[in-house]
Design a protein around this ligand. Structure first.
Ligand SMILES: C[S@@+](CC[C@H](N)C(=O)[O-])C[C@H]1O[C@@H](n2cnc3c(N)ncnc32)[C@H](O)[C@@H]1O
Length: 258
């Protein structure tokens, strides 16, 4: 009998509330399916796909696993901002400004930026930089609404050559697995000590571009060089979301003030 694979992916409960069936669907996936996106952004995402030379590659940046790991980042960051600003956290962490200037390192096609603009986090502006020149035009289309309003910019550069880290309150790097450790540490050295750094890596070595994976959350915490860790966690994507059953993403939020 003919089996429709995409239907299998519908079954685990896009319509199920986690309270009704907590085993079936995690809180994160529930949040992800309930994230509210400005319809203008959805239309600009579609424009970006349509105008891409490689539509499948652009679509890859919008797959469930990619969105889930970014929604996870936003959720945890929201909690950290509340805790830090209520003064419940370590003194080494300075108050996080109300209207954040955000730099996304290795920002790819700009999906992180759109999701941030649609979140509860108050964002003044986002700059997305990527070494691949093909990323900038797509990121600008994905975030056209914010580009028009002067809130989003994109640039092509190696994050090791970027000069203006001082201009940003928060620096996101979710591409740690794509950087050789030597380069990663050179990059980390450039970040001012008191800036909020958000890092993600993963355990999945099978991709040729994943050149410095970590084996666990502890491994990532040890290697990432963030000395004042405000949050660390592991995201185990359900089988139906990730292509691979043992694909774990790790995240560290903190600064170098420790
Ligand atoms: C496959 S994508 C991102 C996947 C990741 N899970 C995410 O969205 O956070 C990796 C991106 O990192 C970029 N990249 C890798 N090394 C870089 C560097 N040194 N400077 C700037 N961008 C870099 C690549 O060009 C690519 O666009």
């Amino acid at each position: 009998m003919h089996q429709n694979k995409s239907r299998d992916r519908d079954l685990p409960g896009r319509e199920v509330h986690p309270k009704d069936n907590p085993k079936l669907i995690s809180k994160l996936i529930y949040s992800m399916y309930n994230l509210k996106l400005n319809i203008k952004d959805v239309l600009y995402w579609m424009d970006a796909i349509q105008s891409s030379n490689d539509k499948n590659k652009t679509l890859e940046s919008l797959c469930e696993g990619q969105i889930a790991s970014k929604v996870w980042l936003i959720e945890q960051l929201n909690e950290i901002i509340i805790k830090v600003n209520l003064n419940n956290m370590k003194k080494k962490t300075k108050k996080i400004p109300d209207n954040l200037n955000v730099l996304v390192c290795g920002g790819w096609y700009g999906v992180m930026a759109t999701l941030l603009f649609n979140s509860n986090i108050k964002v003044n502006n986002v700059r997305s930089i990527d070494i691949d020149p093909g990323c900038k035009p797509i990121a600008l289309t994905m975030n056209k609404h914010y580009k028009i309003n002067g809130k989003f910019t994109a640039g092509t550069c190696n994050i090791l050559d970027f000069k203006n880290y001082n201009d940003y309150d928060m620096i996101i790097n979710t591409v740690c697995e794509h950087m050789a450790w030597d380069d990663y540490y050179k990059w980390l050295d450039k970040i001012p000590k008191d800036r909020l750094i958000i890092l993600q890596s993963c355990n999945f070595k099978e991709y040729s571009t994943h050149i410095s994976c970590v084996s666990s959350e502890e491994d990532f915490k040890k290697k990432c060089g963030v000395t004042n860790i405000l949050y660390s966690g592991t995201l185990e994507l359900p089988k139906y979301v990730g292509k691979f059953s043992d694909f774990k993403r790790y995240m560290v939020i903190g600064n170098k003030n420790g």
